[in-house]
Design a protein around this ligand. Structure first.
Ligand SMILES: *[C@@H]1O[C@H](CO)[C@@H](O)[C@H](O)[C@H]1NC(C)=O
Ligand SMILES: *[C@@H]1O[C@H](CO)[C@@H](O)[C@H](O)[C@H]1NC(C)=O
Length: 170
């Protein structure tokens, strides 16, 4: 996700390295569009994160980049599709970063992603989401909730993720 800014765009930072270990971080950074699985295979004894939450990228490394939102706000997203030859499905959800649980229903979901037939303009890589009214109060504190783009390439069993930090204005 390159619009709005996402954790993964900023590349790694000390909190990510501390949580996931250098072996995993090195693989993630070598290919910013690479699947999470490639990194997790390299996990060593310093791996203490869940790379399936925001690719292991930590809020502490991205806390200058938090968007303040309110219910009903429409946010535009652009996904930089680097490797489009991995068919699968995708969704965009608010995720609780403490539990990796999806909050509510997905904001967007695609049974077939990527879908080059969806445009122009391409609905799969250029889309809007609306901030739901029903988010829990935990999302009023930065770092607790993210808008996560999740793509699972079913054929080659690869997971791609990107996370946008936000909090809901009280
Ligand atoms: C994405 O969709 C799949 C299939 O419907 C579902 O299993 C998964 O929980 C969803 N993930 C997110 C993060 O919304
Ligand atoms: C997103 O919403 C804005 C404002 O409503 C609109 O101008 C724009 O065309 C929408 N973009 C997409 C890709 O739906």
């Amino acid at each position: 996700m390159d619009t709005p800014s996402s954790r993964t765009l900023l590349l790694t930072g000390p909190a990510h390295e501390e949580a996931c270990g250098l072996a995993v971080v090195e693989v993630l950074e070598r290919d910013i569009a690479g699947p999470i699985e490639n990194a997790v295979w390299e996990a060593d004894e310093d791996y203490n994160c869940n790379a399936y939450i925001c690719r292991g990228y930590q809020f502490e490394d991205n806390n200058d980049n938090v968007q303040v939102v309110k219910a009903g706000d429409v946010l535009y997203f652009h996904v930089n599709l680097v490797a489009g030859h991995h068919p699968g499905y995708a969704n965009v959800s608010v995720v609780d970063t403490a539990t990796n649980a999806v909050i509510g229903s997905p904001l967007r979901s695609w049974d077939n992603w990527p879908n080059h037939l969806s445009g122009p303009p391409r609905d799969d890589i250029d889309y809007n989401i609306t901030i739901p009214a029903s988010l829990p109060s935990t999302c009023s504190e930065a770092g607790n909730c993210v808008i996560q783009f999740y793509w699972y390439a079913s054929g080659n069993e690869q997971t791609y993720e990107s996370c946008h930090d936000f909090y809901v204005e009280a």
